[in-house]
Design a protein around this ligand. Sequence first.
Ligand code: ADP
Ligand code: MG
Length: 265
Amino acid sequence: MPTAASAEPSPEPDTLGEAIQVEDLHKSFGSLEVLKGVSLNARKGDVVAIIGGSGSGKSTMLRCINFLETPTSGKITIDGEQIEMNADGSPANRRQIERIRTRLAMVFQQFNLWTHRTLLENVIEVPVHVLKVSRAEAIAQARVLLDRVGLGDKADTFPAYLSGGQQQRAAIARALAVDPNVMLFDEPTSALDPELVGEVLTVIRDLAAEGRTMLLVTHEMKFAREVANHVVYLFEGRIEEQGPPAEVFGNPQSARLKQFLSSVA
Ligand code: ADP
Ligand code: MG
């Protein structure tokens, strides 16, 4: 999208421009074609919600963008840098992947914290061992991040002693520790008891308000409508419909989307 079309002056010079471009992404597992040509763009500061039924390819799409899966074909550009791929879709340049990984962070449904480490140790791991930040600096930053997600008093606690909501907030603090340009959330609240969902959504809402670029797979339709500026509906590995939340939720066009929305309401 041409950035010049934006009428509002940007508060920061670097908030415009493409953060993620996915072009004609295909992914098969054996003979099962899961992604059948998905194209998607997110500009810096965009919050893109990805919705769709179970098995429609939402996780596979995020995992391809984060190089956890090898695409079968297609083009992925992150922060203006196109991922170099071999003919079979595998990354051609490991260094490039490592570099881009430090600008991406993913938060999973199942928290994925290191269970034998305290929250503080979880948060400093990547800054210290991958980004080579000094331990003292990483600890100071981790305390700020844990405070931010409301866990300032739990820094020395092991994940097993925390609720699911607290663990997921810790996982978000850990994701933030690399100061990512792009955050990928894969159903971050779907493993939580209903009473714990709100505290995690509050943290994500704050990050969205801060202008973090996000792709958010969620089954929380109300939340998607509130925080996203673009919504993508996936059906069997293809984008069936997309647009601003008011249109996708308020005036869906496709019969499949209408049916999906009524099934999750
Ligand atoms: P969603 O996140 O929308 O529920 P997924 O992306 O997890 O969907 O899965 C899409 C389809 O791909 C499903 O049929 C799933 O079984 C299949 N799939 C996902 N990962 C693998 C894998 N590693 N090997 C084989 N099939 C897979
Ligand atoms: Mg999934």
